[in-house]
Design a protein around this ligand. Structure first.
Ligand code: ADP
Ligand code: MG
Length: 406
């Protein structure tokens, strides 16, 4: 059986007109001999009546601190509505279609409500529907614990559902349909002349996604990569070929041009705070270690870490500032906090050992008088912390400097 997973994001299921376009994509897959498995997100974006954010605000309007378990129960409704509407659309077109929740589709998770992790994915029920010639329409973003509790997989989690099903079903390919023609060299909302990438490696797209490119969830990429299943990011609204995500190293080496580029894309993350912790000699040799242990025990992940004699710097997301600062002050640390920062990153598998990459990076920001608060680099990326008010200018100037605008 040739299985194709087709995932449709929020804007792709938002209106009857768009759902007709989705229907065409599914019909086309069937004409090509595939057995499609459909995954859908909740309909529309913030403000739309059944969008995830709208449902969250209903629950939080009752009580701001409402428990994560209750948030999952209300968020579940978004994908349920969307999947019922999509299954109905297929049935109206004469296609036998069955709507399934995440749990019914075989996805078991842990009980970390609002950010659950998939523990296993049992494809039995979907396989039996496919054998009967039916089209399963699965609610993205959802899972179920062994005890039958509803869970959700974190924002962007429908991509993860698609990959988990693709892996469990040994799909030939996973298609992620959205509102842009593919993965671009930068967020098109910031860089007008951002280009569509025809082809990108799992590793590069994971980096782009972790560093802020919200076009695909990094977990989805990691799962597809484990089974070497090609992922394609493409538009519901066009016939453009999209971006193929594969293990490029295994592809035909005539694709050398792709591998040779120094930079693949520029990304950014906002709402970051920089912490400077001053250590004095009286605090003992464990003091820097203790700072990080305190963060870990509070479940706060730290990024952009620099440890110097007498001073530690690191960044955390804005939501954790109050908690982190209280904990550290309680332990007697003297801290300085700089809020409203953003992290800009240039990502590229071809960056390894290319001289002058850091020089170009710094030059692009300095020329535009953008303050560099901290930097970090790896073989395949360079990042800097900058004031949030400069994030747009920083992304644009790096995009230009690294030749991505041509
Ligand atoms: P969906 O609801 O279909 O999952 P998302 O909003 O999660 O859609 O992802 C698509 C959006 O990601 C695009 O509309 C685009 O604005 C944004 N985006 C951010 N960075 C990039 C990038 N590098 N390439 C393409 N799109 C990007
Ligand atoms: Mg998404």
């Amino acid at each position: 059986m040739r299985i194709l997973v087709q995932k449709f994001g929020g804007t792709s299921v938002a209106s009857p007109e768009v759902r007709e376009l989705v229907l065409r994509k599914i019909e086309k897959a069937r004409e090509q001999g595939f057995n499609p498995v459909i995954v859908v997100s909740a309909m529309g974006r913030q403000g739309a009546p059944y969008a995830t954010d709208t449902l969250l605000s209903v629950a939080r309007s009752v009580y701001k601190g409402i428990a994560a378990r209750e948030l999952d129960q209300i968020m579940y409704c978004g994908e349920m509505i969307s999947a019922v509407v999509m299954a109905g659309t297929l049935q109206a077109a004469g296609m036998a279609s069955v709507m399934l929740t995440g749990g019914q589709a075989g996805i078991t998770t842990d009980d970390n409500f609002t950010d659950a992790r998939i523990l296993k994915c049992d494809p039995t029920r979907i396989l039996s529907l496919l054998k009967q010639g039916k089209v399963p329409v699965v609610c993205g973003f959802q899972g179920m614990t062994d005890e039958g509790e509803f869970t959700t997989l974190g924002r962007g989690g429908s991509d993860t559902t698609a990959s988990a099903l693709g892996a469990a079903l040994n799909a030939e390919m996973i298609e992620i349909y959205t509102d842009v023609d593919g993965i671009m060299t930068a967020d098109p909302r910031i860089v007008e002349n951002a280009k569509i990438l025809d082809c990108i490696s799992y590793g590069e797209v994971c980096q782009l996604a972790h560093q802020g490119a919200k076009v695909i969830h990094p977990r989805a990429v990691e799962i597809a990569m484990q089974k070497n299943i090609p992922l394609v990011v493409k538009s519901t609204f066009s016939d453009a070929p999209g971006t193929l995500i594969t293990n490029i190293a295994q592809e035909d080496t005539s694709e050398a041009a792709v591998v040779d580029r120094v930079a693949t894309g520029v990304t950014y993350l906002t709402n970051i705070a920089q912490f400077k912790v001053h250590l004095d000699d009286t605090m003992g040799s464990d003091s820097s270690f203790n700072v990080f242990r305190t963060m870990a025990e509070s479940d706060i992940s730290v990024d952009l870490i620099n440890v110097h004699p007498g001073q530690i710097m690191f960044t955390i997301t804005a939501e954790h500032v109050e908690q982190a600062s209280t904990k550290l002050k309680q332990q007697g640390y003297h801290i300085e906090i700089l809020e409203n920062c953003a992290k800009v990153s240039v990502v590229g598998g071809g960056m390894r050992e290319v001289p002058g990459v850091m020089a170009n990076f710094i030059e692009a920001l300095s020329r535009n008088k953008i303050a560099i608060l901290q930097t970090v680099d790896s073989h395949t990326s360079i990042s800097a912390l900058v004031p949030q008010s400069d994030v747009g200018a920083a992304v644009k100037s790096l995009h230009e400097k690294f030749g991505l605008s041509n």
